[in-house]
Write a protein of this length. Structure first.
Length: 318
């Protein structure tokens, strides 16, 4: 009986030792894995933060230096604002996703100098009317639907001018001022004026669905119309040349020697950004400034999102 008892005890001890051993191995393995992850993760996180900052610095320096070359004579204004990558997109899953976090790459040049808006002023009319709709003072009907289509898609003037007459310049200017945008945009017997930065701020609100554009259905309607805008040889042509399949929702403007674009750009990989380019002078007329705008837009996209964007510091000093 004693022998049997000792034999049972030995088996029991072996079982305990085996279980303890397995547990120790598991604990050691767990600690090793998590210590390794924490260690490498901590190091990687630090390195990543440094790399992100370094890469953002390279992009912003390259873009800043380039934009200086195109705005140095005061006839061009440019505002760039990155919106980040759309959720679930290729860009959102990229190892460089943190580099392109919303707002981290904003660059502007000559962006706070007032310029003739040409028909980009219709974006301010649009924002005002959407605010009126939120306040219950504007409704969609066949007349307004048609007016908006012609105003945004075809860039016709009659509907916008009717709204200016109906609501008055002072009320619309006050609304614009209250948004923190450049004002007054509208003055009697003078061309409408604003800045590329103010147009950027308006497009930020439109993209985010905030402020005047907080009604999701109305916001979608406006963006859809902007996507159908018929003048495509400026920013739309330039960004598509940089990356085939890039799409643009924008408002164009042309008047005398002024050619302007205010755009929300979506790349095939899911990166989105706002780009506003305002140009005048140099004997421009009609749409003659659009190829220049296309060239700038193409270069901006290549600098910020191109293959060497995060690694190569360019020299634009010449």
């Amino acid at each position: 009986m004693i022998f049997v008892k000792k034999k049972a005890e030995k088996k029991f001890l072996k079982a305990i030792i085996s279980v303890v051993g397995i547990l120790l191995i598991a604990i050691i393995g767990y600690k090793y894995v998590h210590t390794s992850k924490a260690s490498s993760g901590g190091t990687a996180q630090t390195e990543t933060q440094k790399e992100v900052a370094k890469r953002q610095k390279i992009i912003k320096e390259n873009l800043t230096n380039y934009l200086k070359t195109v705005t140095d004579d005061g006839t061009v204004s440019v505002s760039f604002y990155n919106l980040g990558a759309t959720s679930g997109s290729t860009a959102a899953k990229s190892k460089y996703a943190d580099v392109y976090k919303k707002g981290e790459l904003q660059v502007e040049s000559n962006a706070h100098t007032d310029q003739t808006t040409a028909s980009t002023y219709k974006l301010f009319i649009t924002a005002y009317l959407m605010q009126q709709k939120l306040n219950g003072n504007f409704t969609w009907n066949s007349t307004n639907e048609d007016g908006f289509y012609r105003m945004i898609v075809n860039s016709e003037n009659d509907f916008a001018e009717e709204q200016l007459q109906k609501y008055g310049m002072s009320k619309i200017n006050k609304f614009i001022s209250n948004q923190g945008w450049y004002s007054p945009v509208f003055q009697t017997d003078e061309n409408a004026t604003s800045t590329s930065y103010s147009l950027q701020l308006l497009l930020e609100q439109l993209e985010a669905g905030t402020g005047s554009f907080s009604n999701a259905s109305d916001r979608a309607k406006i963006l859809k119309l902007m996507g159908k805008q018929i003048y495509r040889t400026g920013i739309p042509a330039g960004v598509a040349a940089a990356d085939k399949g890039t799409t643009v929702s924008d408002k164009v403007g042309f008047l005398d020697d002024t050619n302007n674009y205010a755009a929300i750009v979506t790349m095939p990989n899911g990166q989105k950004y706002i780009l506003v380019i305002m140009t005048h002078g140099h004997n421009q007329s009609g749409f003659s400034g659009f190829p220049k705008i296309a060239k700038i837009a193409k270069k901006v996209q290549q600098i910020v999102y191109g293959a060497d964007a995060v690694t190569k510091l360019e020299d634009y000093s010449n």
